[in-house]
Design a protein. Sequence first.
Length: 413
Amino acid sequence: MMEPNVTEIPATVLVGVTGGIAAYKAAEIVRSLVKEGLDVHVVMTRNAQEFITPLTLQVLSGNPVWTETFHLTQEQKIGHISLVDRSSLLLIAPATANVLGKVAAGVADDLLTTMVCAATRIPVIFAPSMNVNMYQNPITQENIERLKRFGYLFIEPEEGELACGYEGVGRLADPGDIVEQVVGRLAPKDLTEEHILVTAGPTEEAIDPVRFLTNPSSGKMGYAIARAAAQRGAKVTLISGPTSCAPPLDVELVRVRSAEEMRKAVMKAFPASTTVVMAAAVSDFAPASRAKQKVKKQDASLTLKLKTTPDILLELGQKKEDRLLIGFAAETQSLVKNARAKLEKKNLDLIVANDVSRKEIGFQSDSNQVKIIGKDGSISELPLLPKRVLAHRVLDQIGILRSNPGKGRRRKT
Ligand code: PMT
């Protein structure tokens, strides 16, 4: 049961870069797509090369950058049509008014527009960026409408201060959002039947109006799970303690502060959920009382009286019915023994055990190394993985548990 059914996205993605001031943001987009494990090939128009060099994008993508339609070496080696054929998606970011107009008119007079013309079997996504007047020009708007009618996809530009000094709509969408939408398009949609409740981050237990007890959780693990679940088609409710993580797209985000607030939010969302993943580092203790005013510095030492907080997962385990419950165990010793004890006590289906005494994994790091322990006693030891990849491995277990006969299945509401 515990063999991981790895969901990787071994896709080749084409990124077209056209000549606008936002072309420099293509560097961040390409770098992030590569970090997502994608094989990225960049195609640049002649004008794009005025803003950013092919060498930059070649280094970041790890692949030769395509610039010429008829280039002896490039053509002999691979051919622009075959590159489209073996790609899963074509993203054009930034997309100028010019490229939108050319594609809308069926013009294929350079390498990028030729590739777009040939890309009839894969999603083509435009992320426009231009001056507000150019964007609002009825010709541009009509071209966009026409392209949408033909099934081309758009990541709409944002409103704000533009590089040309104007204010308005036309700024390239946030590179992080562009990457998330590309990855979301490529991810398998195997969790569409699930409504997954994910918790993330630390809790803060107030001592007085300006002080609190907390822990080093950054929220990265829980946010990665919420993001990956949404990309795989699940309805996702993310209940988060205070973090600086960017909210994932297509996720209902509920922000809380204390363990008590997290409990309330979890209990409210629980009835509609089919699976719960508790990645939050919920504080086990809170001050027995909260001072109304800032506690004054005393000469003598201060003694804090603590009380235990509600154990949210324990409570969920008592009313889980046919839901799947996945917990995390943050341990500094006897990892497997302690994690197993939590799995049993809290009536979980799985527990993901991480050794938080190791600096390079667990709290705050971008990677984690865990053991996934099943209630049948099985242990799956995973290698050191980026939390983004680990999130998919944990979610893979949902399908495995669901296909295990004897388990009921709740439909999302
Ligand atoms: O946020 P990051 O910086 O990315 O770090 C990730 C992480 C280390 C926080 C994460 O991988 C992790 O281990 N999360 C669980 C931390 C924790 O509280 O472990 P625990 O062993 O104390 O609790 C066991 C389980 O019970 C957890 O699922 C926890 O959410 C839950 N719990 C704990 C206490 C409590 N009062 N209520 C709970 O529901």
